[in-house]
Every structure is written in C-alpha cells, then in structure tokens.
Design a protein around this ligand. Structure first.
Ligand SMILES: [Zn+2]
Length: 308
C-alpha cells in the first residue's frame, strides 16, 4: 500500500471517529446557579446540555431543592457548583439524589476572600467572626479561573471534546479579560475616595477588592438574616455624614430595606445590581458578561452623579 493510501485510510478513520463523536448525545451538566450555567454554556457549546438549579433572579442562599431537583442531579454526567459555602444545600441534595459522579467546585483556584460577618459591619460589635465570602464571580479575574476549571472538568468527563472545550474557554476568557480592562478604566475615572457604595447583602466584596470600591451592607454575606435596627440606624448616619450617594437594590433581595435606608438618609436609589443571579433572557443581565457590564455601568453612573 502506498504511503498516500495509508494516509488516506487513517484520515478517513479519523473523520469517521470525529463524526461519531459529533453525533453523540450532549453531556448533561447540572449547574447550581444561573451565572455558572451561563459559563458552562459558553465553554461547553454544542457538546453539553445544561440544567441550572437556581434560575434567573433566584436566591441560591435560600434555595430549597425539590424531588425533581434530585432526579435531575441523579441523571447528570457532571455537577458544577461555585463552592466557598455558597450552596449550603448541596451535600444534602447529592446524598438524596444518589448521584455518584464528580462534583466540580468552579472556585477551586480562587483565593478566598475573608470578611467580618455581622449586621451593620460596625467595628465595636461583639458578635463578629471571620467568614469566607462566596461571591467570587464578582471579580472577572476569578471568573477566568472558573472558566479554566470548568474546561478542565468537561475535558476530563469527555476527553474527545477536550480541545473543543479548551478553545472555547480561551476565547471566552479573552472576552472576560477585555471586559475587565474596560471595567478598570471606567471605575478609575471616579476618584478613589468617592468609590463607596451600599448594597443590601454583602455580595460585592470581590468587586470592591478588584476595583478599589468600599462596600457597606446592612445584611451581611447571606440573605437570611435581618439587619439589626441599630445597624441600620448606624448605616443611615454614616451615609449622611460621609455623603455616600451610591445606594443600590439587588435583583435577588427584597428592595424594601434599601429603599427605607435611602429615604431616611435623603439619597436616591442608584438602580438594581445583579449579585447572585442573572436576569431573565429579556433583562439587562442575561449573561455573566452582560451582568458585569450592567453592574459596572450602574455603579459608575451613580457615583458620577455624586461628584457634582
Ligand atoms: Zn449572596
């Protein structure tokens, strides 16, 4: 057999294999919440089918899995969670589902942010303790670490798609890097001393660390606790004394408390930020990239108003 013929046979065998792989049913991947679900779709493309447990505008802190959730998890090829304590319901769900596959922690490569967890964040309270902040996706550099981890995990379960995932992850990571450059430029236009904001629950610490924003929140890291009356009063006093104009509501939290704080401190509410969930498809934050763009634009526009 000539060299050319042999090469052709090998080439045809390769095409046949590639064809088979393409015709395979997509991997069924379960993502714990909407932001991860979007990352998985970006990296996984046509080779994955994503089920997202906590959907748009959902609160993953307060999520209660159902028997239908357990069924979806049982049949999954891969489960991906954010980790750092965000999905407090996860272990129970995995046990109840009987799922025996891999649970990938997308934040595995992230340097966790520690913070003092207590209502009001006053420095004189006795009940403060250090807690890990789970909202790591609010820094785009961490988002890129998530994407790497996701690509590696998909490639491990589906080795035939490893290079496909790798290429898609690299292209997506470049878009995140460009967005990060834009966000840094936007925020650096605000004087450092004016980069301060109030949100209801403490979901933007990683954003604050990455872009030099001081963030105050009356509730704390989770969404389950009510702020103390004293904590709220103290925050209102601080908003007035320090002339903090950037006060935001969040898509996953009840806006009532923030609206009350804004009213009593005489500042306007700077719009809605997306913290722990994307918007629906028609909303302004239907993807991780759109969410980030929306949040930074809202923050910058509101802080700029406070400058004049
Ligand atoms: Zn949260």
């Amino acid at each position: 057999m000539s060299m050319l013929a042999r090469t052709l046979i090998v080439f045809c065998a390769f095409l046949a294999l590639a064809g088979t792989a393409g015709a395979q049913a997509p991997l069924h991947v379960v993502a714990s919440f909407s932001i991860l679900g979007d990352m998985l779709k970006n990296v996984g493309g046509d080779r994955v089918r994503v089920t997202t447990l906590v959907g748009p505008d959902g609160d993953a802190h307060a999520y209660e899995p159902t028997p239908a959730t357990a069924k979806a998890v049982r049949g999954a090829d891969l489960v991906v969670v954010s980790g750092l304590g965000f999905e407090g319901w996860l272990d129970r769900l995995i046990t109840a589902s009987g799922y025996k596959g891999t649970v990938v922690v997308a934040s595995a490569a992230v340097k966790p942010r520690k913070m003092r967890e207590k209502p009001g964040h006053g420095k004189d309270a006795h009940d403060d303790h250090e807690a890990i902040d789970p909202h790591a996706w609010q820094n785009l550099a961490n988002g890129r670490l998530y994407v790497d981890t996701i690509a590696g995990a998909l490639g491990a379960v589906d080795p035939a798609g490893a290079s496909y995932y790798g290429e898609r992850a690299a292209a997506y990571a470049r878009r995140l890097a460009d967005l990060d450059t834009w966000a840094k430029a936007e925020l650096s236009a605000i004087p450092a001393g004016k980069r301060r904001m109030i949100t209801s629950h403490d979901a933007f610490g990683y954003l604050g660390d990455a872009y030099g924003i001081e963030i105050l929140s009356p509730v704390g890291i989770g969404t389950g606790s009510e702020p103390s009356a004293a904590g709220v009063k103290k925050l209102i006093k601080q908003i007035k004394a320090e002339k903090i104009a950037a006060v935001f509501v969040e898509n996953i939290s009840n806006p009532r408390m923030i609206e009350q704080i804004a009213k009593e401190s005489g500042v306007g509410v700077g719009g809605e930020l997306y913290s722990d969930a994307l918007s629906g498809a028609d909303g302004p934050a239907a993807s991780y990239i759109e969410m980030f763009k929306h949040n930074v634009s809202q923050i910058v526009a509101t802080m700029k108003q406070g400058l004049y």
